[in-house]
Ligand binder design. Structure first.
Ligand code: RIB
Length: 291
């Protein structure tokens, strides 16, 4: 089982010809509302890839739409609580190449109650479970330490990257997941090379280049599949969710990475974050076609 303490956002997505520069005002070509949040995206990716996940999170009194979207995606919302803050949201610009820039407003994601996290932890056997977190929710340090003391394996997606949040957690994490930019920022902040960080396992997603899984001296590279992207929002979340769904069930890293690479390749060919995440059947069919 994977317990994911993660953000739930309403994504306001504006299609633009090019991402706005400082001081520039742009008219959007279109506007859509989607379900997002790195946490929710990752939970849905785990679920659709065939993994077992409990999503722990929070929405505000305005969170009905987001809850309905989570349920429609097949997630159990029994550990998503209503708190006294507005539901988190993201303002996302997506350009003609599918690249994005994102501003998040944490809202309810920033006031998840620790006792609700502990209650979710009580429902599973920690010795065979993972605790997954990103950096869009509150109290990550306390939650990681609580999970570790109970015997969970810890997977931390250090996004959005904040050095003061990530550095103190390095000794507590089993698997750290970053994109290439976050990896460089992390190495610079830590003052050592990535190999010297001391994290047992490191997964670096590199967009159109692929991904690398590092465990000690072992470096496993997975190339990205070539596709025509329309929206890359949530591609990293999809990769991580699909990877962890398989890895947590005992797949070897190479196998889990190939599956994850196919999942994110499909996901970027569709608009939106959570809505665009494929299920295991689609992923298997894609892999068969590309082999
Ligand atoms: O990783 C993509 C996600 O980042 C979006 O869905 C947005 O909500 C932000 O959390």
């Amino acid at each position: 089982m994977i317990i994911n303490v993660g953000s739930i956002n309403i994504d306001h997505v504006y299609r633009v010809a090019a991402l706005p520069k400082a001081g520039e005002t742009l008219a959007a070509k279109s506007y859509e509302r989607y379900l997002g949040g790195k946490g929710a995206n990752q939970s849905i990716a785990i679920q659709r890839a065939g993994g077992d996940v409990i999503h722990v999170g929070a929405v505000g009194a305005d969170g009905n739409w987001a809850l309905e979207q989570l349920k429609a995606a097949g997630l159990d919302t029994g550990h998503v609580t209503e708190v006294d803050a507005p539901t988190g949201h993201a303002i996302i610009a997506v350009d003609d190449a599918g690249e994005n820039s994102i501003v998040i407003v944490p809202g309810a994601n920033g006031v998840i109650a620790l006792d609700r996290v502990a209650a979710a932890m009580e429902t599973v056997d920690p010795s065979s479970s993972w605790l997954l977190l990103q950096n869009e929710t509150n109290a990550t340090d306390e939650i990681v330490r609580e999970g570790r003391s109970r015997g969970f394996k810890i997977c931390y997606s250090a996004a959005p990257f904040v050095a003061r949040t990530t550095l103190p957690l390095l000794n507590e994490i089993d698997l750290l997941v970053v994109n290439e930019g976050e990896a460089n920022a992390l190495a610079a902040a830590a003052g050592v090379s990535l190999d010297a960080l001391g994290v047992p396992e490191l997964l670096i997603t590199k967009g159109a280049v692929g991904a690398v899984f590092q465990r000690g001296a072992e470096h496993i590279h997975q190339s990205a599949f070539t596709v025509d992207p329309v929206d890359t929002t949530g591609a990293g979340d999809t990769f991580l969710g699909a990877f962890l769904a398989h890895y947590a069930k005992g797949a070897v890293p190479q196998e889990a990475m190939r599956f994850a690479s196919a999942a994110s390749a499909i996901q970027v060919t569709r608009p939106g974050a959570a809505d665009a995440i494929p299920d295991a059947h689609e992923i298997e069919a894609f892999l068969k076609e590309r082999t």
